[in-house]
Ligand binder design. Structure first.
Ligand code: HEM
Ligand code: HEM
Length: 418
């Protein structure tokens, strides 16, 4: 029997892939050049759709090699047959080349943001790039980026030719049943062909859907109850100043107490991104504390923060923050705050005058805090603001403060025992 259409598997894959590509091609128009949380979420969606297209296209190609297409309908000219062959193979090239250049681009990107397909399935970077020298990686990145962009324009051209060809045979070729090969039952020469209308609707839905979709932007991390806090009581705000006497009378005169950080202490920061509040915290930090209200002149504190332990509630963003554009932990793994000048400003209220070294820059920082000592236990709570740009946190496009303001609020709440 002479087959006059593609196999059902080929047809299903053709339309699925076509819809995904039309959807996919819209997303860059929405995220290009933007640094907003929504753009970030759209790029993650673009990566998921793109890798899905890669998998489906490889399946489609494999199926095609095992199941050759039906013979060309009679009535096509030789050049039409050749042109369609060139366009079809060109499309296969792009269906595979586009996702591969995209995959190389994200695998060589400085930000190193991981790909998590559909928010759930981790997808590796292209192997080999991680071990490459930065210059080599950068070269690959720019080639892949250029390639991705160029192939993208190629897609516009080939899809245009492809659809024009399909429409020409459908609308003007009574004896050229081409559309029927991919849309079984379509009658060549018929303008009011229901299958054509269905395809048009599908195209509109795929394109429109890409403009209407609002993927969930990365979440913000609420300040957590840190894992199992056996020692400390839950963090509570320090009681109002009036509640306690000015001095802790039990303190032996002039001795400076050493304090050990208890579990339950938190170090967090808050800022915003694209107008949305963003809360983060550091999970690993240590503090050397020698402090007595009676011996402020000999009190000193050193806090050391492991910047790679940053957590903001979105795993992909948390991989970007330690990168060169933000904390640059490869060069500066820790931030260190030291203070050895303290000032009492009221009952249970103090100001620490110290220095913060972050990303290679050292700046003076003033940290007002409240402190309540209860026997051998102390609770401290302090808030200050920093100018992230003074430390170079946010390089390149992130230097601008339209998306992420310069001022970042830092909050420390600690419980310590002596
Ligand atoms: C937008 C993304 C699209 C892509 C990537 C794409 C890709 C392809 C490829 C690679 C083939 C060749 C199949 C093979 O021989 O193995 C094909 C065939 C075909 N496509 Fe598309 N297509 C797209 C959209 C469309 C649209 C919108 C239409 C209809 C208006 C259409 C109609 C057809 C038809 C009728 C064939 C069979 C042509 C023949 O047998 O000579 N395609 N398509
Ligand atoms: C068939 C699949 C794909 C199509 C049709 C497609 C299409 C496009 C287009 C047209 C652009 C805009 C190019 C520009 O102006 O820079 C773009 C950008 C981008 N694509 Fe894809 N893409 C696909 C797959 C992928 C995959 C699989 C990834 C990553 C895993 C990816 C990652 C990106 C990224 C990160 C950008 C932004 C580049 C920038 O910084 O401007 N793409 N894509």
């Amino acid at each position: 029997m002479r087959r006059d259409r593609y196999t059902t598997v080929a047809i299903v894959l053709h339309w699925l892939i076509a819809a995904a590509i039309l959807f996919q091609m819209q997303l860059p128009w929405r995220f290009h050049g933007l640094k907003t949380p929504e753009a970030f979420a759209l790029i993650q969606l673009h990566k998921s759709v793109g890798i899905t297209i890669l998998v489906l296209s490889l399946a489609r190609l494999g199926w095609r090699l095992a199941n050759p297409p039906p013979p060309e309908p009679e009535g096509l000219t030789v050049w039409e047959v050749w042109l369609s062959k060139i366009v079809h193979w060109g499309l296969y090239g792009l269906m595979i080349g586009m996702p591969i250049t995209g995959w190389i681009m994200v695998s060589t990107s400085k930000t190193g943001i991981p790909t998590v397909l559909w928010g759930a399935m981790p997808w590796p970077h292209v192997p080999g790039f991680a071990a490459m020298a930065p210059a080599g990686r950068e070269a690959w990145n720019s080639v892949a980026h250029e390639g991705h962009e160029l192939l993208g324009w190629g897609f516009y051209v080939l899809i245009g030719l492809h659809v024009a060809g399909a429409l020409k045979h459908q609308l003007f070729g009574r004896d050229e049943p081409v559309l029927a090969r991919m849309a079984p039952g379509a009658k060549a020469g018929r303008w009011l062909e229901p299958r054509l209308a269905l395809i048009a609707l599908g195209v509109i839905a795929a394109i429109g859907g890409a403009w209407l979709i609002h993927p969930r932007p990365p979440a913000s991390a609420p300040m957590p109850p840190p894992p199992a806090a056996p020692v400390a009581a839950p963090m509570t705000p320090v009681a109002p100043p009036e509640a306690a006497p000015l001095k802790a009378p039990a303190e032996p005169l002039f001795s400076v107490s050493k304090w050990n950080l208890a579990k339950g202490s938190t170090l967090g920061f808050s800022t915003s991104w694209g107008g949305q509040a963003l809360e983060g915290r550091f999970d690993q930090w240590t503090a050397d504390i020698a402090f007595s209200p009676e011996a402020l002149d000999r009190s000193h504190v050193k806090v050391s923060i492991d910047l790679a332990s940053v957590a903001t509630g979105d795993p992909q963003r948390d991989v970007a923050l330690p990168g060169a554009d933000f904390f640059d932990v490869a060069e500066h793994p820790k931030a260190v705050f030291t203070a050895d000048r303290f000032e009492a400003t009221g009952p249970n209220r103090y100001v620490a005058h110290g220095k913060l070294t972050l990303r290679g820059a050292t700046k003076s920082v003033r940290l007002p805090f409240t402190l309540k000592i209860d026997g051998d236990k102390a609770r401290m709570s302090g808030v200050t603001t920093l100018d992230r740009t003074a430390f170079g946190v946010g390089q390149g496009e992130w230097q601008a403060t339209d998306q992420i303001p310069a001022q970042v609020t830092v909050k420390v709440q600690l419980t310590a025992t002596r």
